[in-house]
Design a protein around this ligand. Structure first.
Ligand SMILES: NC(=O)c1ccc[n+]([C@@H]2O[C@H](COP(=O)([O-])OP(=O)(O)OC[C@H]3O[C@@H](n4cnc5c(N)ncnc54)[C@H](O)[C@@H]3O)[C@@H](O)[C@H]2O)c1
Length: 375
């Protein structure tokens, strides 16, 4: 198959869909890979790295789209890319269709076939191509929190780990899933006193088994949260209710009970945030202050560490991408039910229920599309 790797052109996106190691894997399986010049620059990969791995470099994005049967990238195509997409071309990337009607209609009009990272789903209902970014954001959260607790950045001026004779900071983590667990590991590693709250007792049991001594678990309810925020120096929001907005666990009125200069890092801000006063910010201007509480609410935290994020993402996406290249999307989706759930649009027909429902569009049965008669 001919694979194309364009440079991401969305504002401030430095990740890339395939690394030089990925190119080598495709080449080993006999595929051709076209990479746009400087596509890997933001993640620390030079054109020479790609060429050594066996990629063919192309100067423009139009040529990459023009040559490729399958485009592998990171973010959804943006307007400038729409007219480059050809009928039946396979796009393997994040789409988040339910948050963009314009993108959905554009892909339908271009008669594209869109396999979305975010809806590839394993039998245990986990989302293997979202987990890596939650891991990155979770591990970043205490690092950012520690930074904004420093006095020159308007924080309380407390060192996360303390020093001998001086107590460490109290870190409260709301939600003990992927983000929360990774945040707890790093905060505990810094030497902070960490509390993780969740409504899943099973999850709290698992965490209690695996976490070090400076991490305690507590059931998440309004009473416990109100008490804990009075002691917290850093609060990390990491709650997710699948398919719904995050619940506001820390409400506006609760801020006055917090210590002046305390910091909240609301990782769940992309789902509305679990701290009521959080609204999305960017890496250019990551924080704002309300009632003396520093709010860090960057909606794409992994974007700040493109080297780590690209490797983490492509470790997870590459095996699927190779399978798609080896078998073609139809056969690959017939054989792999997880991958099949990633199909959102096929030749311009919407096949994913959530997308059809979001924009009132007709839903085509994916099994019908996969029948040989349809090929
Ligand atoms: N800002 C970013 O850059 C960024 C990056 C990655 C992920 N995220 C977001 O982070 C959030 C968490 O993602 P995740 O992968 O950890 O999800 P997850 O499903 O692994 O974990 C969510 C946890 O929240 C718990 N929960 C639900 N309701 C709760 C409540 N009332 N109190 C306490 N806990 C509760 C669940 O039981 C679960 O353990 C999501 O909104 C995700 O989109 C943001």
């Amino acid at each position: 198959m001919i694979i194309g790797v364009p440079k991401e052109i969305k504002n401030n996106e430095n990740r890339v869909g395939v690394t030089p190691a990925g190119v080598a894997e495709f080449r080993k399986a006999g595929h051709t890979v076209y990479v746009q010049a400087s596509a890997g620059e933001g993640s620390g990969f030079s054109d020479a790295d790609y060429e050594q791995a066996g990629a063919l470099m192309l100067p423009t994005i139009a040529e990459v789209y023009g040559q490729a049967e399958m485009i592998v990238k990171v973010k959804e195509p943006i307007q400038e890319e729409y007219q480059l997409i050809r009928e039946g071309q396979l796009l393997f990337t994040y789409f988040h269709f339910a948050s963009s009607e314009e993108l959905t209609h554009a892909m339908i009009e271009r008669k594209a076939t869109c396999l979305a990272y975010e809806t590839v789903e394993l039998p245990n209902r986990s989302l293997p191509l979202l987990v890596p970014m939650s891991e990155v954001a979770g591990r970043m959260a205490p690092q950012e929190g520690a930074k904004y607790l420093e006095k020159p950045l308007k924080g309380r001026g407390i060192l996360l780990g303390g020093v001998p004779g001086v107590r460490p900071a109290n870190v409260l983590i709301l939600g003990g899933g992927v983000v929360g667990t990774n945040a707890a590991k790093v905060a505990a590693g810094f030497g902070a006193q960490v509390t993780i709250m969740d409504i899943s007792l099973n999850r709290l049991r698992e965490l209690d088994d695996i976490m070090p001594k400076n991490v305690v678990t507590q059931y998440s309810n309004d009473y416990n949260i109100r008490a804990a925020i009075k002691e917290a120096d850093l609060i990390i929001g990491a709650v997710l209710i699948p398919g719904a907005k995050a619940p506001h666990l820390v409400t506006r009125d609760m801020l006055k009970d917090m210590k002046p200069g305390a910091v909240v890092v609301d990782v769940a801000v992309d789902q509305g945030g679990c701290i009521e006063t959080c609204t999305p910010t960017t890496h250019e201007n990551p924080t704002f202050i309300i009632d003396d509480v520093v709010h860090y609410c960057v909606a794409n935290m992994p974007g700040a560490v493109p080297y780590t994020s690209t490797l983490a993402l492509t470790n997870a996406t590459l095996p699927y991408a190779v399978k798609l290249a080896n078998l073609g999307w139809r056969e690959a989706c017939l054989r792999d039910a997880s991958l099949r759930l990633g199909l959102n649009v096929v030749n311009g027909e919407v096949v994913y229920k959530g997308v059809a429902e979001a924009w009132g569009l007709p839903l085509t049965n994916v099994s019908k599309i996969l029948e040989p008669a349809h090929a």
